[in-house]
Design a protein around this ligand. Structure first.
Ligand SMILES: NC(=O)c1ccc[n+]([C@@H]2O[C@H](COP(=O)([O-])OP(=O)(O)OC[C@H]3O[C@@H](n4cnc5c(N)ncnc54)[C@H](OP(=O)(O)O)[C@@H]3O)[C@@H](O)[C@H]2O)c1
Length: 148
């Protein structure tokens, strides 16, 4: 990610950890983008999507060959968060069980190669918007959208 916002990472950790019985689902490239010292994401069951069923993962981290398979495997957790990347977000947003989007808006343009899909206001409505936070010369805020 082309920004360094520890407060945003803390927010991500707090929201996705919840009461300690949550799961996160991510694409294989996102898994590989997390520094080894920080993965699996602690306090949450980690599921990694890949079509390579030989892909090696540390003990406790589960492989799933489709989003549906990961969601079925994670069905006993309190909340399940799909945490990227771009293609996985797109598939998850179209899924009937996708209820909420947690979005952080940073008030600056960056040169990127992976993007969050467009949020259509016919499908999702803005439910919450935080005050602006300033960190490392960047302003950002947290938005929450609910499925209509
Ligand atoms: N700013 C943010 O909030 C944020 C969040 C997450 C990630 N990121 C960034 O996004 C980048 C990665 O995103 P990305 O879109 O390139 O990749 P990605 O979605 O993380 O991973 C793509 C890979 O996941 C597997 N996959 C995806 N959908 C699947 C499905 N339905 N069934 C089975 N496997 C599936 C495939 O793995 P195989 O090729 O192994 O089959 C695919 O090549 C990284 O740079 C990361 O840092 C940013």
């Amino acid at each position: 990610m082309p920004w360094n916002l520890p407060g945003e990472l803390k927010h991500f950790q707090k929201v996705t950890t919840g009461e300690g019985n949550n799961a996160v689902i991510m694409g294989r490239v996102t898994w590989e983008s997390i520094p080894e010292a920080h993965r699996p994401l602690k306090g949450r069951k980690n599921y990694v999507l890949t079509r390579n069923d030989d892909y090696e993962l540390p003990e406790g981290v589960e492989l799933a060959e489709s989003l549906e398979e990961a969601l079925n495997k994670a069905s006993n957790f309190d909340e399940v968060f799909v945490i990227g990347g771009g293609r996985v977000y797109h598939e998850a947003m179209m899924h009937p069980n996708c209820k909420t989007i947690y979005r952080t808006v940073i008030d600056k343009d960056f040169d990127c190669d992976t993007f969050f899909p467009k949020i259509y206001e016919e499908e999702f409505s803005l439910a919450d918007e935080s005050e602006e936070v300033s960190e490392n010369n960047l302003n950002y805020k947290f938005l929450v959208y609910n499925k209509k």
